[in-house]
Design a protein around this ligand. Structure first.
Ligand code: NDP
Length: 278
C-alpha cells in the first residue's frame, strides 16, 4: 500500500485551519532566508503560502548572503521579543561564514518551531516532547496511518543527522520500538535492514536502498529528496522494486515531504497556544 503523504498533509492542514478560524489572535510564523539559494527560496515560499492558507500571520524575511552573525542574531532577538510571532524558523543551510548552531540556540525555545534547539531536542530525548522536529514528527503521523503498533517492532533508521535521523530514532524509541541507527560507517547495512519491520531512510543518495535488502512486509519510509540530472525527484529507496516487497511505502515526491510543512504549521499552533496559556 502506498502512503499518500500529500492527502494526509492536506487533512492535517485543514484541521489546523479549522482551529485557527476559532482563535481570537492568529498564530504568527517568521521565516528567515539568508542569501538567494533557489532551492531554499522555494522552501521558504512554500512555507509562507502554507501559513497564509491556514490563516496564520506570516513574515518572510530575506537577508543578504553577506549578513554578519551579529546582525542575524539581532534579527532573531527582535523576533523573540515580537508578540505577534509564535514561531521562528531560519532556513538551513546558512552561508559558511555563519554559525548555524549559535543561530538555532539564540531562538527562544518556546518559538523554536523547527524543534532544533537543544532544549527541545533534550525534551524529546527525555520523552517529554514539546516542539518536535518537523520531518520525524511527520513520519510518526504517517506510521500511525498504517495502523501498525510500533511497540516492540524492529526499526532501522538509516541516516543520523541532527534534523532527521537522530530525532527520528528518538521518536521511534519513545513509541517503544527497538531502534538501530545507521550512518555512513555502518557495516553490513543490508543485513541490518533485513531484520527491520520498519525502515526509515534519510541519507540523500538516490535509490540507495534496494528491494532485496528489505524484509517482506516491512514498512518503508523514504525521507530522501534527490534531484536527478533529468530533473526528476527520487528518494533514497528504489521505489519501483521496493513497493513489491513492502507492506506500506511512501513515494517521493508526495510522501514525507508534504508532511514536513504540515507539522511545521502544527508546531506553530502548539507554540501559539502554549504562549497564550502563560
Ligand atoms: P545529512 O547529509 O545531514 O545526513 C545524512 C546522513 O546519512 C548522515 O548521518 C550520514 O552518515 C548518512 N549516510 C551517508 N551515506 C550513508 C551510507 N552509505 N549508509 C548509511 N548512512 C549514510 O542529510 P539530511 O538528514 O539533512 O537529509 C537526508 C535526506 O533527506 C536528503 O535527501 C534530504 O534532502 C532529505 N530531507 C527531506 C526532508 C523532507 O521533508 N522530506 C527534510 C529534510 C531532509 P554520517 O553521519 O556518517 O555522515
Amino acid at each position: 500500500m502506498i502512503i499518500d503523504g500529500k492527502k494526509i498533509a492536506h487533512e492535517l492542514r485543514q484541521a489546523i485551519a479549522n482551529q485557527v478560524a476559532l482563535l481570537e489572535q492568529k498564530p504568527g510564523l517568521a521565516v528567515i532566508l539568508v542569501g538567494d539559494d533557489p532551492a531554499s527560496a522555494v522552501y521558504v515560499r512554500n512555507k509562507d503560502n502554507a501559513c497564509k492558507e491556514v490563516g496564520f500571520y506570516s513574515e518572510k524575511i530575506n537577508k543578504p548572503a553577506n549578513i554578519t552573525q551579529t546582525e542575524l542574531l539581532a534579527e532573531i532577538e527582535r523576533l523573540n521579543n515580537d508578540d505577534s510571532i509564535d514561531g521562528i524558523l531560519v532556513q538551513l543551510p546558512l552561508p559558511n561564514h555563519l554559525d548555524a548552531n549559535q543561530v538555532i540556540e539564540t531562538i527562544n525555545p518556546e518559538k523554536d518551531v523547527d524543534g532544533f534547539h537543544s532544549e527541545n531536542i533534550g525534551k524529546l530525548m527525555q520523552n517529554k516532547p514539546f516542539l518536535r522536529p518537523c520531518t520525524p514528527k511527520g513520519v510518526m503521523i504517517l506510521l500511525k496511518i498504517t495502523g501498525v503498533d510500533l511497540v516492540g517492532k524492529n526499526c532501522v533508521v538509516v541516516g543520523a543527522s541532527n534534523i532527521v535521523g537522530r530525532p527520528m530514532a528518538c521518536e521511534l524509541l519513545n513509541a517503544r520500538a527497538t531502534v538501530t541507527i545507521c550512518n555512513s560507517k555502518t557495516q553490513d547495512l543490508s543485513s541490518k535492514l533485513k531484520q527491520a519491520d520498519i525502515v526509515v531512510v534519510a541519507v540523500g543518495i538516490p535509490k540507495m536502498i534496494q528491494a532485496n535488502w528489505i524484509k517482506s512486509g516491512a514498512i518503508v519510509i523514504d525521507v530522501g529528496i534527490n534531484r536527478l540530472d533529468n530533473g526528476r525527484l527520487v528518494g533514497d529507496v528504489d521505489f519501483d522494486t521496493a513497493k513489491e516487497v513492502a507492506s506500506w511505502i511512501t513515494p517521493v515526491p508526495g510522501g514525507v515531504g508534504p508532511m514536513t510543512i504540515a507539522t511545521l504549521l502544527e508546531n506553530t499552533l502548539t507554540a501559539h497556544k502554549a504562549r497564550k496559556q502563560k
